[in-house]
Design a protein around this ligand. Structure first.
Ligand SMILES: Nc1nc2c(ncn2[C@@H]2O[C@H](COP(=O)(O)OP(=O)(O)OP(=O)(O)O)[C@@H](O)[C@H]2O)c(=O)[nH]1
Length: 369
């Protein structure tokens, strides 16, 4: 039995697919180069090593190799264009299918030829290399297609053609042996690739997530702010920044301990996430301070979000291990001006938050425009 795949969480599948596309592109690029070098070499080797009984045979060989050569050239040309990667895997698959098909056809052509066994060996080994290249991208699944069809065709030919057995049939064993080795190596490399992908995703996730609340952290929010700032500039839209800070949180820590303080922060985070709409974002900006980003906002919509958040925090009370605690939140709301930087809009939201605290807390205050 094959080892079970390292499982990739559903939310990472899109990233994994993108990763596979770009891997296909890199592998396909390499493979196309190898193919374009090997095809002429094989043609010359065939012409010198195999005594053709028929002068037309060399042209048949060239014609059989043409589809693979065209596909490899197409791959190299597309690779050099600055385009997205989605074409790379289907093209890599087609290229490999054309190579394996070509080899199967040459096998059939040479099956009963004197001295043809040399070809069986080189063909078998080349198949193994191609198998590894392809299967490391998508696992062994697609090898069924790449190998299955040409392989069945070759078996059918051997069984039904009634051709005489070649002089050295023992060499035929190289083909399934090379395929088997290729399959094992490909599976191992594919598993390794999945594990590396998962590890790098976990690393990236933890670098962008606040460990206590599970919310995006400041670094993550800075990326979103930058993206929103660019979009707002391009589309001439406004976004709003809400700076939210728990009221008298020090007292919670002092009276009930840091652990209970942590519980309050975690409950607060879950209230944020259940209250905000899909496009809105929230991050833990620091300590007990949270930054909310509302895209495509007006003064009215931003204040409505701030008020809604304030209300869902104020009520109901927070169920902690120290009992039900009344918690409130103050917010500073700033609408981004077309001419100002991210730091400037955050600074205005901060000043509005400061005013909210001064004016008695548990309220949202709009920044000066
Ligand atoms: N439990 C816990 N406390 C934190 C964390 N981060 C910051 N704090 C605490 O948050 C408190 C913030 O205190 P202050 O800045 O005085 O603010 P405050 O008591 O909320 O008062 P106002 O903001 O003026 O309403 C400090 O006691 C910090 O130790 C954390 O991750 N966990």
């Amino acid at each position: 039995m094959m080892r079970k795949h390292a499982s990739i969480p559903a939310e990472w599948w899109a990233d994994f697919l993108l990763n596979q596309y770009s891997r296909s592109r890199r592998l396909g690029y390499l493979l196309s180069g190898v193919v374009l070098v090997l095809l002429p070499v094989f043609t010359i080797l065939d012409a010198t090593l195999v005594s053709y009984s028929n002068g037309e045979l060399i042209w048949k060989h060239i014609l059989l190799r043409l589809p693979a050569a065209i596909l490899a050239t197409t791959f190299l040309l597309l690779h050099h264009k600055k385009s997205p990667d989605f074409w790379a895997y289907p093209l890599l698959l087609t290229l490999n299918l054309s190579i394996v098909g070509m080899m199967a056809a040459m096998f059939v052509l040479h099956y009963s030829e004197q001295g043809g066994h040399l070809l069986y060996i080189t063909q078998g080994l080349t198949l193994a290399i191609i198998a590894v290249a392809t299967a490391t991208v998508y696992g062994v699944r697609d090898l069924v297609l790449i190998y299955g069809l040409p392989f069945m065709a070759v078996i059918a030919f051997i069984v039904f053609s009634g051709s005489p057995v070649p002089d050295n049939p023992i060499h035929l064993i190289f083909i399934p042996a090379a395929m088997g080795i290729g399959l094992v190596i490909a599976t191992m490399l594919y598993q390794e690739h999945r594990r590396t992908f998962i590890a790098s995703q976990q690393l990236e996730h933890s670098a962008l997530t606040d460990a206590l609340t599970g919310l995006p952290n400041r670094r993550s929010m800075q990326t979103h702010l930058q993206a929103e700032w660019s979009r707002a500039k391009r589309d001439e839209q406004c976004f709003a920044v809400l700076m939210a800070d728990l009221d008298h949180f020090k007292a919670v820590n002092d009276q009930h301990g840091h652990e209970v303080g942590d519980e309050v922060l975690t409950i607060l985070a879950s209230r944020f996430t259940t209250t905000l709409r899909g496009g809105d974002r929230v991050a833990r900006w620091g300590g007990e301070e949270f930054l909310l980003l509302i895209p495509n906002a007006t003064v009215e919509s931003a204040m409505a979000v701030a008020e809604k958040v304030r209300r869902v925090v104020a009520e109901p009370t927070f169920a902690t291990s120290a009992g039900h605690l009344a918690v409130t939140l103050s917010l500073g709301v700033a609408l981004h001006r077309q001419t100002e930087s991210i730091d400037e809009v955050i600074s205005r939201a901060d000043k509005a938050l400061y005013r909210a605290k001064l004016e008695g807390r548990n309220r949202a205050v709009l920044a000066d425009r």
